[in-house]
Design a protein. Structure first.
Length: 159
């Protein structure tokens, strides 16, 4: 292949490799590095009298380097994903620790707290409430007003 064909083919190979959505970064890096290395190796090899060997060596070296760089990026993305997942789990755990439940609301209502205070606590702390038929009946039997139950329905994560 002439030097001009290598120069024309190289951008096409790079564009093709970069656009492969199903490939991970390791694979993309190996393809892009291999294509780039092969093109550069062919050009250098042509200048020194052995274009094909230059392309082969350049392609291999480029694929290894590109693959290694892509793998490092894949590893960083995986670490970031696990960190985000851990943060989400921690936030969910904290929410569940402070969230009100039906028992908390009944206890406040039975101890004479006003609806306004109970609703403010629901807004402040959030809640994980049992809003099934049985749960609603238990709330009414526990002297929880309809106003508070409506606030629970609006703010609740349900079990």
């Amino acid at each position: 292949m002439s030097q001009m064909k290598w120069i024309i083919t190289l951008p096409a190979l790079l564009a093709l490799a970069a656009g492969c959505e199903h490939m991970n970064n390791t694979e993309k890096g190996a393809v892009v590095g291999g294509a780039g290395g092969a093109g550069l190796g062919a050009i250098i090899g042509h200048q020194t009298g052995n274009r094909d060997l230059g392309a082969l060596i350049g392609g291999g070296a480029g694929a290894l380097m590109g693959g290694a760089m892509g793998k490092a990026k894949d590893n960083a993305e995986e670490r970031d994903m696990y960190a985000r997942h851990a943060q989400h789990q921690e936030a969910q755990r904290k929410f569940e620790q402070q969230a009100m439940n039906n028992y908390d609301v009944i206890k406040l209502a039975q101890n004479g707290m006003s609806d306004r205070i109970i609703v403010n606590e629901i807004k402040r702390r959030g809640g994980i409430f049992d809003m099934t038929t049985d749960g609603l009946i238990q709330l009414r039997q526990g002297n929880v007003s309809e106003h508070v139950i409506e606030a629970m329905q609006q703010r609740a994560q349900y079990r």
